[in-house]
Design a protein. Structure first.
Length: 450
């Protein structure tokens, strides 16, 4: 299996550091074989306008600061515009439409083309990353579905606290827009090697997220699969209510609960259908040579998100498994806090259920929180390796990439990257350049030269 050392470089760094200077730095310090970016450009905004960079992750990530400043700042508010002019005919009649190009597109958009061209000249593979189910799809913090395309809990409400803004994977409007966007980008950026689609699943950030999707589109698919909606609704709602009322003893068996297994079957079908639809869209646009690479949650979160590596494999070129280890304690905390009156027991049970530690879990919830920029991530290295091993076993001949995150202190990053490199057999993506100080870039060179 070929070696892969890829770095995700968001367009704002192409803008602030320059195409050639940025790529020179990557080449000099790392042994990168690939880069990824996204089809937008950015500009600073007034505080409270646009979105915070870096992302705030439902409030828990407010401690995050950039390692590489943007426009002289380590945190700021930003606005974006597409880096290209969409071919509007592809979106005719669709509920979701791409944002029109504007002055920022005209002044800065060409830099993404220049970045792609320069990286290709240097022998790097180049990918564009989009959001699988968040129209307009260019960047996670901007956009989202209309309410009737949003995923729903058993009581038919939209979860009140969401980190992601994914629409229902059953919505024909979400699927149609995503397919049109991929086809459009394949024509607009013919030099790229492929497309990374982020969150082609139901991201299980909170306990409420575990119980998606009871939206009308999803229930229509459930009926087609022979799933009886009423018993599923009752059993899922009962389990959810019991957990919220403090039944922490249910956590060890929650993944094998009949309602969760049935929901998992539905979600897995929806994920596979989305990937097949997106693969077909590229093929029909004359881009059969372009890779389709999903970014997905690791096992056992994948049982809740619906991403089954074995069922995804026929539709994709490779699969990137996220080792976003600063999120894992946040996700555990979100879930444990929802188990009212039994938070500490819930935290212990969740740490074991989700396979986050290599030994005995901490006794209380207090141990689990979003790490500060200079704090090691409180998860086991062997646990991370186990997650990649599980994905490789499930995916068969389809390559698995470990998607490591560069947030955190350099030595902790080195340990986590080494674990990812070893477990994947030398296939890693690193997200993202904004957290890669020059010292961390040197770490990438050291680890991936082995």
């Amino acid at each position: 299996m070929s070696r892969l050392a890829g770095i995700t470089v968001m367009p704002e760094y192409i803008q602030t550091e320059g195409v050639e200077g940025l790529l020179d730095n990557i080449e000099r310090r790392t042994r990168a074989t690939a880069v990824a970016t996204s089809p937008y450009v950015m500009a600073p905004a007034s505080r409270g306008e646009g979105s915070r960079e870096p992302p705030i992750d439902a409030g828990a990530g407010s401690v995050r600061l950039l390692d590489r400043p943007l426009w002289g700042r380590r945190e700021l508010f930003v606005r974006t515009a597409p880096s290209f002019a969409p071919e509007m005919g592809r979106y005719a009649g669709l509920r979701y439409q791409p944002p029109p190009p504007n002055g920022l597109t005209a002044s800065e958009g060409r830099l993404v083309d220049d970045f792609v061209a320069s990286a290709k000249r240097r022998g790097l593979k180049v990918y564009l990353q989009i959001q699988a189910a968040i129209p307009p799809g260019y960047r996670v913090q901007f956009g989202g579905p209309q309410d009737d395309d949003a995923p729903r809990m058993p009581d038919r409400r939209i979860p009140p606290r969401r980190v992601d803004k994914n629409g229902s994977l059953a919505s024909p409007h979400i699927l149609a827009y995503g397919a049109a966007l991929l086809a459009d980008l394949a024509i607009a950026y013919p030099q790229v090697d492929g497309f990374r689609v982020d969150w082609p699943e139901y991201p299980p950030y909170t306990l409420d997220d575990w119980f998606l999707d009871f939206s009308a589109p999803a229930m229509a698919v459930a009926r087609d699969l022979g799933i009886d909606e009423e018993p599923l609704w009752y059993d899922a709602q009962t389990l959810k209510e019991n957990l919220h009322r403090g039944a922490a003893s249910l956590i060890p068996t929650v993944l094998t609960h009949p309602a969760m297994c049935t929901l998992g079957r539905l979600k897995t079908h929806l994920v596979s259908n989305l990937l097949a639809r997106y693969r077909r869209a590229l093929d029909e646009a004359g881009a059969a040579d372009k890779e389709l690479v999903p970014n997905a949650f690791p096992h056992p979160w994948s049982l809740l998100s619906g991403f089954d590596c074995a069922q995804a494999a026929p539709h994709v070129s490779s699969i990137s498994i996220k080792l976003y280890t600063m999120h894992w304690p946040m996700m555990l905390r979100f879930a444990a806090e929802a188990v009212k009156g039994a938070e500490d027991e819930a935290a212990r049970n969740l740490a074991q259920l989700l396979d986050l530690v290599d030994g005995k879990p901490p006794p209380t919830l207090a141990a689990w929180r979003y790490p500060e920029p200079d704090e090691p991530h409180p998860v086991g290295l062997a646990a991370q390796k186990r997650k990649i091993a599980a994905a490789r076993q499930a995916a068969g001949a389809t390559p698995i990439n470990a998607l490591a995150h560069s947030y955190g202190p350099p030595q902790d990053f080195r340990r986590r990257l080494q674990a990812a490199w070893d477990a994947s057999g030398g296939r890693v993506w690193i997200n993202r350049y904004g957290y890669l100080s020059d010292a961390k870039l040197d770490v990438i060179g050291d680890v991936t030269s082995q």
